[in-house]
Design a protein around this ligand. Structure first.
Ligand SMILES: *Cc1c(COP(=O)(O)O)cnc(C)c1O
Length: 231
């Protein structure tokens, strides 16, 4: 059975290869280990193996992990949908919010956050109805509204590709997000430097890197599934 170290080695090689193919630097890519499906113990193994960016998608998961893991070297990424009334529970405990996609959440952050939060705007590039995220054509209006909120700094865009084997479709979604990112960055908005791209998961992170991802969010391929019981 594969160990965590073996999985990490494979992923690291894949990342390096994707960087080489696309002329990118390894250092420009942050690997976020998505630990939402594994225990605190498994998460601690991941940290020991050298990962210091962790992603959780539910407030309970984040707070539960943080109770046990108090290292101040960890960057905590909140990658899931958050309800307005839960914003206050998590907002001062995350270093990055990847899922900002509506004004009600922005208002709540403005009201509750102690300091400015680095956020990614989640964009529904693929247009699937099941997916959350802002529609691409609504991005500029949303950014205009956000300019009043000094607690929010838009550092980039985030998306989830469709669940499909069609690599060309996945690639086109990532490429579209990059174009949107470049358009926003060119606006030179004080509150939205928008230099980052959070895209790519277990099945599609190499494509995401080739298309410019700066943050990849890897769950199962890296941390495994708790039920498999390996280390
Ligand atoms: C769960 C999750 C991931 C990781 O998914 P894997 O396919 O397990 O790599 C990445 N991003 C988001 C938003 C998620 O909810």
């Amino acid at each position: 059975m594969e160990t965590l170290q073996q999985r990490m080695k494979v992923i690291e090689e894949e990342i390096q290869a994707a960087c080489t193919r696309s002329g990118r630097k390894r250092n420009d890519i942050t690997v976020i280990a998505v630990t939402k499906q594994v225990s605190v113990e498994r998460t601690q193994e991941v940290i020991k193996a050298g990962i210091d960016n962790l992603g959780e998608n539910r407030p309970e998961g984040l707070l539960g992990k943080q109770e046990e893991i108090t290292l101040d070297t960890i960057n905590w990424h909140f990658i899931g949908n958050v309800q307005s009334r839960k914003v206050k529970d998590i907002i001062d405990k995350v270093d990055f919010l990847h899922s900002l996609d509506r004004i009600t959440i922005a208002k709540e952050i403005q009201k509750r956050a102690a300091s400015t939060i680095d956020c990614f705007l989640q964009v529904n590039v693929s247009g699937e109805e099941s997916k959350s995220g802002i529609q691409p054509e609504e991005l500029k209006g949303f950014l205009r509204e956000l300019s009043e909120f000094d607690k929010i700094r838009v550092i980039g865009l985030m998306t989830m590709a469709p669940f499909t084997e069609d690599e060309d479709l996945i690639r086109s979604v990532f490429r579209s997000l990059r174009v949107l990112r470049d358009q926003i960055a060119a606006l030179n908005l004080i509150n939205a430097p928008c230099t980052e791209l959070s895209m790519g998961m277990s099945n599609d992170y190499t494509i995401a890197i080739e298309e410019g991802a700066t943050h990849i969010r890897i769950g199962t391929a890296l941390v495994g599934l708790e039920s498999e019981g390996d280390g």
